[in-house]
Design a protein around this ligand. Structure first.
Ligand code: GLN
Length: 487
């Protein structure tokens, strides 16, 4: 079997027992990237020499008898919204041109400490704003299942590179669905952890009360392993949750008979493509047939989730993005200028793309005097209602389920000029971010030859239960379809 098709576990075992060197593994993936990525555009930056150097160091440590981590030497892709020391970080934007961070994000530091080898930085919608990876200054990423289609977004590069065998797993970030929705569209597993479980230090901020980093993997076991590597308290992130946490990989238990599953009515009725609903319903039937109690539940506040999100997220973004001013780092407009105001103006006009500008304007408006109470404050109240709806549901159900995305992957260009239709892509994923709870998307079937994602949601910090249900469903489904061969 080709190295690029092996399971993470197999790669790790072979490196540990010296059947393969870490450098050989890195070379195999770099070759795969050099062969297929011109047609996918999943990577913004491929770190050939840094990856070779890191892999060589792991090999040296193994040769000298040092005990390296269980997964040391396994390659990984990293979304380009995470700071990587000495490796260009763009956030998919022109405005960060020439920015090479002087420090690693905490999650990057952690995966390096575990011995993972970073192959490169994954393409994304500019500043993680989007659902299709078309809003990237570096061009759209294509879906390995059909290059005419989007991979979802904003972590579309991370999802596509895992699906195309350009790394065995990757890190993404999720503010309103950006890990789960592209995972669904590319037929892989993607998880958003509980807000605060994973450090946001060094994650370039979009909407700070919603952003979380999480794993994007080929299966649920790898998802648990990668979560184990990145989770944990970080004093550098004031919203990081203190205290001990379990080992997620060790606590995976696919036998989840007797658990109570709530099927969210508001996310399974209107607006869901028939093929998506068909595959979703089949998966629910499988869960019911294997001894879980499945029942419909109505969470009526979800109707307003999307509207609340598109006030809260842009409001936070308009504040977070004020720092990109052309003064300290990144892009600065050139030519003769009257004063500093013109420099700010031209730098931000030329440096940001249309969607980012739209969000800054929406957010500034929502926060402005006279509109604050009418928009922003009202959105925060809706957020509270959503939290309360979830809390009521946890009184009765262990987990809640829905499709991850209302559609399968759409054509490149199909929705890019219609922001409202694009925003609807996240209708099923947004309530999770507003409530700060964990959720996972696993592939549950194909519709028209394209992957369909199944979303499972759990109460805060119940990642063990979430991953166990996902693991159980994964084995019941036996989904092992791969994207058609890439040229
Ligand atoms: N698609 C949503 C947005 O555009 C979510 C993005 C995200 O989760 N980063 O805001």
């Amino acid at each position: 079997m080709a190295i690029t098709e092996m399971e993470v576990k197999e790669i790790a075992e072979k490196i540990n027992n010296k059947e393969l060197s870490s450098l050989e593994v890195a070379e195999a993936f770099l070759k795969r990237i050099d062969t297929v990525d011109a047609g996918i555009n999943a990577y913004i930056t491929v770190a050939h020499s840094q990856a070779r150097k890191a892999a060589g160091e792991i090999d040296d440590r193994i040769a000298s008898g040092e005990s390296v981590g269980e997964y040391a030497g396994v390659p990984v892709g990293v979304k380009d919204v995470l700071c990587t020391e000495g490796l260009r970080t763009t956030c998919g934007s022109r405005i960060l041109s020439g920015f090479s961070p002087v420090y690693d994000a905490t999650v990057v530091k952690k995966i390096r400490e575990a011995g993972l080898v970073i192959l490169g930085k994954a393409n994304m919608d500019e500043f993680a704003m989007g659902s299709s990876t078309e809003n990237s200054y570096f061009g759209p990423t294509r879906n390995p299942w059909d290059p005419e289609r989007v991979p979802g977004g904003s972590s579309g590069g991370s999802a596509a590179l895992v699906a195309a065998g350009e790394a065995p797993w990757a890190l993404g970030s999720d503010t309103g669905g950006s890990i789960r929705q592209p995972a669904a569209m590319c037929g892989i597993v993607g998880m958003k952890p509980t807000y605060g479980l994973v450090s946001r230090y060094g994650l370039v901020a979009f909407a700070s009360s919603l952003d979380q980093v999480g794993p994007m993997t080929r299966n649920v076991h790898d998802c648990a392993v990668l979560l184990d590597m990145i989770a944990g308290h970080d004093p550098l992130d004031s919203t990081s949750i203190p205290g001990a946490r379990p080992c997620y990989a060790d606590s995976l238990n696919p036998n989840v008979r007797g658990l109570k599953v709530g099927v969210v009515r508001e996310l399974t009725s209107t607006g869901i493509e028939p093929g998506v609903l068909r595959e979703f319903n089949k998966a629910v039937e499988l869960l019911a047939a294997s001894g879980l109690e499945c029942e419909e539940v109505s969470l009526s506040s979800f109707e307003y989730g999307l509207s609340a999100y598109y006030l809260i997220a842009p409001a936070e973004a308009s504040s977070n993005l004020a720092r990109f001013d052309g003064v300290r780092y990144g892009f600065r407009a050139e030519g003769e200028m009257e004063d500093i105001w013109e420099m700010y103006d031209r730098t931000r006009s030329e440096g940001f793309g249309d969607e980012v500008k739209r969000r800054i304007m929406l957010g500034t408006y929502a926060l402005s005097a006279g509109y604050y109470d009418e928009y922003y404050a009202k959105a925060l109240k809706v957020r509270t209602l959503i939290v309360e709806d979830f809390n009521r549901a946890w009184g009765k159900f262990d987990v809640l389920v829905s499709p991850t995305s209302p559609t399968t992957a759409f054509k490149i260009g199909e929705k890019v000029d219609d922001p409202l239709t694009m925003y609807l892509s996240d209708i099923c994923t947004i309530p999770v971010n507003l409530a700060g709870i964990p959720a996972i998307s696993i592939p549950c079937g194909l519709s028209g030859g394209l992957p369909v994602g199944f979303q499972i949601m759990a109460p805060p910090l119940q990642e063990e239960k979430l991953l166990s249900v996902a693991c159980g469903l994964e084995s019941l489904l036996g989904f092992d379809e791969k994207p058609p061969a890439l040229i």
